[in-house]
Design a protein around this ligand. Structure first.
Ligand SMILES: [Zn+2]
Length: 161
């Protein structure tokens, strides 16, 4: 991704700003100009309004990644999850502040903004959302203490390095 494109996308990366259809109430993220749900898409033209996601959600599915893409070498293994938000959209993001073996389907999480990667030569640092575990009475749990015990540990695809 080019730097210019990245910065164009930065506001929604920071704010989790989506869109909401005034006709049927469907929330979309990233924001859309036409509602994907309305039977007659033209109904929604001009009725899509900005909508702020809460950043909360639950892990719907996840995978443990052992081989990182270039630039992410220091982060393996890490957990990449689909997070179902109460507003509807499903977000893809990394789960942080918890051991990979402690991530489970249904784990409550909250979006947090973290460094995504740093490009060596240019020194450009990209930020975006990741997700960390949350509990009702402790919105920022210390690492490894409050995550629920998974019913069964996910089978690793290969031995940890
Ligand atoms: Zn709609």
């Amino acid at each position: 991704m080019s730097i210019a494109r990245f910065w164009r996308e930065t506001p929604r990366r920071y704010n989790l700003g989506g869109s909401k259809c005034a006709t049927c109430g469907t929330v979309s993220f990233p924001p859309r100009v036409v509602c994907p749900t309305c039977t007659h898409h033209r109904q929604s033209i001009g009725k899509m309004a900005p909508f702020q996601l809460s950043g909360e959600g639950e892990v719907e599915s996840f995978t443990v990644v052992h081989e990182a893409a270039e630039g992410f070498e220091m982060q393996v293994p890490y957990v990449l999850a689909l997070v179902r938000t109460p507003e509807g959209p499903v977000l893809t993001g990394q789960i942080v502040d918890v051991e990979p073996g402690e991530v489970a389907i249904g784990l409550p999480v909250r979006a947090t903004f973290r460094k995504l990667r740093e490009e060596g030569k240019a020194g450009v640092i990209h930020y975006g959302y990741k997700f960390s575990p949350r509990t009702e009475d402790d919105p920022a749990p210390p690492r490894g203490r409050t995550a629920p015990v998974p019913r069964e540990a996910p089978a690793p695809e290969r031995a940890k390095a």
